[in-house]
Design a protein around this ligand. Structure first.
Ligand code: NAD
Length: 459
C-alpha cells in the first residue's frame, strides 16, 4: 500500500478507546520482550557491529520503561480535569478534556531506529490516535522488524508502517496528519515542517546539534571523564545527546586529556576486535568522520588514545580527542555524530558561556560541578533543550520530564505526560452555572450595570 492508501485506511477508522490503548500497550510490551533477540540481530545487521548491551538498554529497556510509566499514569492523563471559573463567573466551572487528534505521523532516524519509532508510538497510542510510522531507510533490517512487530500487535486500521526511502518520506510528510513527530537532522526537519505547513499540521521536531560539556575547575576530572566517555562513545558517538565538545579551563586541559585517555583505555582497551564498540552506520558517515579527522589533524592536536587504526571494511572508527580546538575549528562546524571529541580550553566560565551562546541552541548541555552557584550560572545563562548535571545521557530516560530541543535543536517535546499532551487536543469546556450573572456585562447598560462594570474593571 502507498502511504496515501494507508492514511485513507486509518482515517476512516475510529480513534482508540482507553481500553484498547491499554490492551495494545500491554501487547506491545510483550512483543518487544519476546522479540528482543531479533531486535539485537537486526541492529547488529544494520550496523555491522552494534554493542548488544547498548541495544538492550537503549532500544528495549527504555521503551519498556516508557510503556510501564504510561500504563501507570494513563488513567490520570486521560481524566477530565476541572478548573474553577473564578469569582466573576460565580459557580460556573471549566474543564479540560484530552481528546485524540486522529491520524498522526512519526518519522524516525537510524541512530536508535527502534526506540525512536516506538517511544513516539507509545505516546501517540496513549492519546488514542491512529498512527503511521516512516522509519529510516538506512536501517532496513530494524525497519522491517518494526513493521512486523507493529502488524502483529495492531490492527491495520490502528497503526501502519511505511517502508522506503526519501521518495516515500516525501509522500509521507505531505499527508494531512493531525500531528507529525519528526526525529532527525535539522536540515530535513525544515523540509518536513514546510510540507506539514501545507496542511496546517503541527509538528514536534526532535533535531540534533552540538551539545556542550562545561566542567567546573573545582570538579574532579576523573569523575567527569568517566561520565563523558560513557556518554560520548555509547553507540560510537552516534547519539543526538552525545557530548559534542568540551569546555574546560586552560589550566586543566592536559589533566583532562590524561583522564579521558585513561578512561578510554580502561573501558575499551582496543576497538578493532571489541563487540562493545559499535561501528559507524555506513561508509558515507565513516567518510564524513574521516574528513573531519583529517581537517582536525591539519588545524589542531589530534590524539588517538587507543592507538588503533580505522577499519574501513567494518566502518570501525576509533575514539579521537582533538585538543586545542576553538570555536572556529572545523570540528565545530557541524554536529559530530561520531567518536570525535573536540576540547576547547577557556580562560573563564564566562568564556565558556560566550562560546555556547554564540552558537545555535543545543539539544542538551552537560555541566560538571558540585557548586550550586556554578551550576545555576550555567543553567540560567544558556538556552538548551535540556541540561544534565554530573552525568551524561540518562536525562533521556526520565519519563517525568519533557524531552525536546529549542531553536535549531527542535520544538515541542515528548516522553511521559508531555508525549501524551503533544498527541492530544486539550479541549477546553466551560459549564455555565444556573445562577447566571453574565447579563451584567451585556447591553442594555443601565446606570446600575455601568457602575458594576466600572467597579469590576478596577478589581
Ligand atoms: P535524517 O534527517 O537524514 O532522516 C530522518 C528521517 O527523515 C528518515 O526516516 C528519512 O527517511 C526521513 N527523510 C529524509 N529525507 C526526507 C524528506 N525530504 N522529507 C521527509 N522525510 C525525509 O536524520 P538521520 O541521519 O536519520 O538522523 C541523524 C540526525 O537525527 C542527527 O542530526 C541527530 O542529532 C538527530 N537525532 C535527534 C534526536 C532527538 O531526539 N532530538 C534523536 C536521534 C537523532
Amino acid at each position: 500500500m502507498t502511504p496515501l492508501q494507508q492514511f485513507e485506511n486509518l482515517n476512516k477508522a475510529p480513534n482508540l478507546d482507553l481500553e484498547t490503548r491499554i490492551l495494545r500497550l500491554k501487547q506491545l510490551k510483550k512483543a518487544i520482550q519476546s522479540n528482543t533477540d531479533k531486535i539485537i540481530v537486526a541492529l547488529n545487521t544494520d550496523y555491522g557491529r552494534r554493542c548488544e548491551s547498548e541495544t538492550r538498554i537503549a532500544e528495549v529497556m527504555i521503551c519498556i520503561a516508557e510503556i510501564n510509566h504510561t500504563l501507570s499514569h494513563i488513567g490520570e492523563w486521560t481524566r477530565t480535569k476541572t478548573k474553577p471559573a473564578g469569582f466573576k463567573f460565580l459557580l460556573s466551572k471549566n474543564a479540560i478534556i484530552p481528546q485524540p487528534l486522529g491520524v498522526v505521523g512519526i518519522i524516525s532516524p537510524w541512530n536508535y531506529p527502534f526506540n525512536l519509532a516506538i517511544a513516539p508510538l507509545i505516546a501517540a497510542i496513549s492519546a488514542g490516535n491512529k498512527v503511521m510510522i516512516k522509519p529510516s531507510e538506512m536501517t532496513p533490517s530494524t525497519s522491517q522488524l518494526l513493521a512486523d512487530i507493529v502488524s502483529d500487535v495492531f490492527k491495520e486500521t490502528e497503526v501502519a508502517v511505511s517502508l522506503g526511502g526519501v521518495d516515500v518520506a516525501q509522500q509521507f510528510s505531505a499527508l494531512p496528519f493531525k500531528h507529525i513527530l519528526f526525529t532527525g537532522s535539522t536540515a530535513v526537519g525544515k523540509i518536513v515542517m514546510q510540507a506539514a505547513a501545507n496542511n496546517l499540521t503541527p509538528v514536534t521536531l526532535e533535531l540534533g546539534g552540538k551539545s556542550p560539556v562545561v566542567i567546573d575547575e573545582k570538579y574532579n576530572l576523573k569523575t567527569a571523564a568517566k561520565s563523558i566517555i560513557a556518554g560520548k562513545f555509547y553507540n560510537a558517538g552516534q547519539t543526538c545527546i552525545a557530548p559534542d565538545y568540551i569546555l574546560v579551563n586552560k589550566k586543566q586541559q592536559k589533566d583532562l586529556i590524561n583522564e579521558l585517555t585513561d578512561e578510554l583505555k580502561k573501558v575499551y582497551r582496543q576497538t578493532n576486535d571489541n563487540n562493545d564498540y559499535t561501528a559507524i552506520i555506513n561508509s558515507n558517515h565513516f567518510n564524513r568522520l574521516r574528513i573531519i579527522a583529517k581537517k582536525a589533524d591539519q588545524e589542531n592536536q589530534c590524539i588517538w588514545p587507543l592507538g588503533d587504526e580505522m577499519i574501513e571494511e567494518l566502518n570501525v572508527f576509533p575514539p579521537l580527542l582533538v585538543a586545542n580546538s576553538n570555536n572556529q575549528s572545523s570540528t565545530m562546524e557541524t554536529e559530530i555524530f561520531g567518536p570525535i571529541l573536540p576540547i576547547i580550553a577557556v580562560d573563564s566560565t564566562q568564556d565558556a558561556l560566550n562560546i555556547i551562546n554564540e552558537r545555535s541552541n543545543p539539544l542538551t548541555l552537560y555541566v560538571f560541578s558540585n557548586r550550586s552557584h556554578f551550576i545555576k550560572k550555567v543553567i540560567n545563562n544558556t538556552l538548551s533543550g535540556s541540561v544534565a548535571v554530573n552525568e551524561t545521557l540518562v536525562q533521556f530516560a526520565q519519563n517525568g520530564i519533557p524531552f525536546g530541543g529549542v531553536g535549531e535543536s527542535g520544538m515541542g517535546s515528548y516522553h511521559g505526560e508531555n508525549g501524551f499532551n503533544s498527541f492530544s487536543h486539550l479541549k477546553s469546556v466551560y459549564y455555565q452555572s444556573r445562577i447566571n450573572l453574565n447579563s451584567m456585562a451585556r447591553a442594555p447598560f443601565s446606570n446600575f450595570k455601568k457602575k458594576i462594570v466600572k467597579l469590576m474593571t478596577n478589581m
